[in-house]
Write a protein that binds this ligand. Structure first.
Ligand SMILES: C[S@@+](CC[C@H](N)C(=O)[O-])C[C@H]1O[C@@H](n2cnc3c(N)ncnc32)[C@H](O)[C@@H]1O
Length: 411
């Protein structure tokens, strides 16, 4: 398998094994809610935090979502996107040694990500999966190291999330509409995403124009392009019309005998006059009760970046607009991931927690189905974890229980 090389790689591929295991300290004053609920917000560098959590949670996490710094080169906001943060530089100096002086932005990012991904893999259950948000700046590098850490055979999908609803006219070349979410399973043979609920739009195609007691149905096309050796016979319709065969270049999808059997069971629609091309009926009651997830996630379904910011500002107090956490994801986006990849009692992990959207989405999912999912979040910046993440989680929890008791929404 082709692999990616970068300066510093040799020093980091096994680094996760050498990270010392430290003890986590519980801050009771900052804690809220039920102490037995097993939800954790850990403040600290995720390399050390993950190493500390591993002995307790190895092989137990069903779904990991991470939204690491995208490494866009935009370093105005130091916490989020900065591989030149003095702490990262110090860490690289210690781990990579003298070579660290020659690292480019991408080398640094890869050195930072590799050992963290290697540790994250250890947390996953055999049927678990990791979802990683990323943009064009690092997507090809991320794909290469995920192949290496998780195994190319465990690649599941690249989801495209339409993150904005309007083009940016200031863009130099193209206005970027999307981010990616790369999905890898711990073991692709064991991971099975949940089906998504059928939408009203999908169900609208089904009607019951002949009052069939089996309920709504939709007509299927009897002709198909695939070659079928028994698929070229003439058909005499109940109204008397003779159809000499399927349209040129196509085949009836069932044999003459099968068509007669389906007709005897009332599973063929011949049109109002009994002379239309026969259409096998597909009954809504017999189709899968959900739909297989698709890879294009539109903002109408999962939200966009403005929605995410509005949501956060409505929940948290910021001293000024300059203090607002600028890269939250919409709760609906993470909810989609949780709906696809977890069960009611699953453990979820996000080690680049930011404003805590993952925790919020987990609470919302529990509220929706009465589940008892638990969530571990890790955030390195005390400013973020104490002033934003914690506040958001507390308020989101209040808001969700207010809905339960019929209270109004916080605005
Ligand atoms: C892009 S933001 C995540 C946003 C999040 N998904 C949300 O919806 O709010 C990345 C977050 O990871 C944090 N972070 C960066 N490096 C980290 C590290 N080594 N350990 C823990 N957190 C880190 C940053 O401080 C930042 O808050």
């Amino acid at each position: 398998m082709p692999t990616l090389n970068w300066i510093g790689k040799d020093a980091v591929v096994d680094h996760h094994r050498r990270v010392p295991t430290r003890l986590l300290e519980c801050d009771r004053e900052l804690s809220v809610g039920d102490p037995d609920a097993e939800n954790l917000l850990v403040e600290g560098d995720n390399l050390e935090a993950l190493k500390a959590l591993l002995p307790r949670y190895r092989g137990q996490v069903k779904c990991i979502y991470i939204d690491p710094p995208y490494n866009t080169g935009n370093e105005n906001w130091v916490y989020n996107d900065n591989v030149n943060d003095p702490r990262v530089r110090k860490w690289l100096g210690e781990v990579v040694g003298k070579e660290a002086e020659d690292l480019c932005r991408h080398d640094k990012w890869l050195c930072m990500m590799y050992p963290r991904l290697a540790l994250l893999r250890e947390f996953l259950r055999e049927d678990g999966a990791i979802f990683v948000s990323i943009a064009d700046h690092e997507v090809q590098n991320l794909r290469a190291i995920l192949d290496e850490v998780f195994g190319r055979q465990n690649f599941i999908a690249t989801v495209v999330w339409q993150k904005v609803y309007a083009p940016k006219s200031s863009a130099k070349y193209f206005s970027e509409d999307h981010d990616y979410i790369l999905v890898y399973a711990r073991n692709a043979e064991r991971f099975l995403p949940n089906l998504m609920p059928r939408t009203d739009k999908q169900n609208k195609a089904y009607s019951n124009r002949d009052d069939d007691p089996r309920g709504p149905w939709r007509p299927n096309n009897l002709a198909a392009r695939n070659y079928y050796s028994k698929g070229t016979y003439p058909i005499t319709c109940p109204g008397g019309r003779v159809i000499t065969g399927p349209p040129r270049g196509s085949y009836w999808r069932v044999s003459k005998e099968k068509l007669e059997l389906l007709d005897a069971e009332g599973r063929i629609y011949w049109g109002k006059d009994g002379n239309s091309v026969p259409a096998p009926k597909i009954f809504l009651s017999e189709v899968k009760q959900g739909v297989v997830p698709q890879t294009l996630w539109k903002y109408e379904e999962v939200g966009h970046t403005q929605e995410a910011k509005k949501e956060l500002v409505s929940l948290c107090d910021f001293d000024s607009s300059a203090d607002v956490f600028i890269t939250p994801k919409p709760t609906r986006l993470i909810r989609r991931i949780i709906d696809l990849a977890t069960e009611k009692d699953s453990l979820i992990l996000d080690s680049f927690a930011g404003s805590g959207t993952t925790g919020h989405a987990v609470m919302a999912a529990n509220k929706a189905d009465g589940g008892n999912r638990r969530c571990i979040l890790v955030e390195v910046e005390p400013e973020v974890s104490q002033r934003v993440t914690r506040q958001r989680l507390e308020r989101a929890s209040e808001q969700l229980s207010e809905c339960e008791t019929g209270g109004g929404e916080r605005v």
